[in-house]
Design a binder for this molecule. Structure first.
Ligand SMILES: *Cc1c(COP(=O)(O)O)cnc(C)c1O
Length: 365
């Protein structure tokens, strides 16, 4: 038999990251990709212009330290520049966190179901994933997560709002949780959907970071800022961790185009946040219409809704596909649909209303 190069068993065993499927075509030309929580709005003209100009310098490596972006973020967030570490999307930064903090045998605690990249980046590092089931409302069970911490735990991931279910972690419950976390265990608060949160009791990761030396936040330009295609996100971490993240980063990982587009987007934050407001209004419209139809779903503070249809997940995914919508199905747990694009939301509501008629309502929620 042919001998082939060996691959680590931990890597061969990993599930692949499943990207959201492209849009199918439905009746009347309806065709919407609402499977990846992307922003439906195209880049602002001012951002596009910067990107086009930057393309003329593609023969050069970018600024390795992303200095202009770091300083713009430090000012925008009112934190010392030394704490800001950009990376190739917040998933790229999370990879660096694992490299910097974990080795084989270490344990990483996170809620499940949550962001599908978590078990992959943890598995790649050789550390052991310790998934802790969400409660019945799709929320983090922080008591059970604290109970899951052992002397081997090096890292805890907290996703707020939680992808794919939507609820936030409360400020008070996170404080109570942190009181039970050893101070040499790093806690990452992943706030990819922060800008869509309207619940005043939700945690503010940056405030928690300021108060706790073992807490860092991860944020991204992919969702609210609409730059998913450019791969730029960042960490805000206390200096020992921030230094380690800079060492673990891919050299020149954040392209010059991404750096300039991110800076331009911060300058256009007011215009971009108006779009976020419109997406939030749409989320509330979709959520209340679903409730009126009879659905009981988790309270979403992000740019998506989650339909916990259990073993009927493939049926709902297929019904959406027939109507021209690609949504995200999760095994036999449920379906996540991105909101914010009004015509797509209308099709989604139509499909969900019809689905509920055929499906036993007492099985919802
Ligand atoms: C989309 C998402 C991210 C962002 O990933 P990028 O790599 O920045 O595009 C991070 N965390 C969660 C929970 C997400 O859903």
């Amino acid at each position: 038999m042919a001998v082939s190069p060996r691959v680590r068993a931990a890597v061969s065993a990993l599930p692949g990251y499943l990207p959201g499927r492209p849009a199918p075509s439905g009746p009347g030309g309806a065709s919407y990709k609402i499977s990846s929580n992307e922003n439906p709005y195209p880049p602002l003209p001012a951002v596009l212009e910067v990107v086009q100009r930057a393309a003329a310098e593609l023969n050069r490596y970018p600024d390795m330290g992303s200095a202009d972006l770091v300083h713009a973020l430090a000012e925008h967030l009112d934190v010392p520049a030394a704490r800001v570490v950009p990376g190739t999307g917040s998933v790229g930064v999370l990879g660096a966190v694992l490299q910097a903090v974990c080795e084989a045998g270490d344990e990483v605690v996170f809620a499940w179901r949550s962001f599908e990249a978590y078990p992959i980046v943890v598995g790649l590092s050789g550390a052991t994933p310790v998934p802790v089931p969400l409660d019945g409302a799709g929320r983090h069970d922080l008591g059970a997560m604290a109970d899951a911490i052992t002397e081997r735990t090096r890292l805890v991931l907290v996703c707020t709002p939680n992808n794919p279910t939507g609820p936030v972690v409360g400020a008070q419950e996170l404080e109570a949780f942190l009181a039970r976390v050893p101070r040499d265990v790093l806690v990452v608060v992943d706030e990819a959907y922060l800008e869509f949160v309207r619940d005043p009791t939700a945690v503010d990761g940056l405030a928690v970071h300021r108060a706790h030396p073992n807490v860092m936040v991860l944020r991204t330009f992919s969702k609210a800022y609409g730059l998913a295609g450019l791969r730029v996100g960042y960490a805000v971490a206390h200096e020992p961790v921030a230094d380690a993240l800079r060492r673990a980063a891919v050299p020149f990982g954040v392209s010059g185009i991404a750096q300039l587009a991110a800076v331009a987007s911060l300058q256009q934050a007011d215009a971009l946040m108006e779009r976020v407001d419109a997406i939030v209004d749409e989320r509330e419209r979709v959520a209340s219409e679903l409730a009126r139809q009879g659905w009981r779903i988790p309270r979403s503070e992000a740019n998506f809704v989650y339909l916990p249809v259990g073993s009927s997940t493939p049926d709902l995914v297929a019904a959406c596909s027939d109507a021209g919508l690609s949504v995200r199905g999760y095994g036999s747990d449920g379906v996540r649909a991105t909101v914010g694009d009004v015509p797509a939301d209308d099709v989604l509501l139509e499909v969900c209303g019809a689905f509920l008629q055929r499906w036993s309502p007492d099985r919802v929620g």
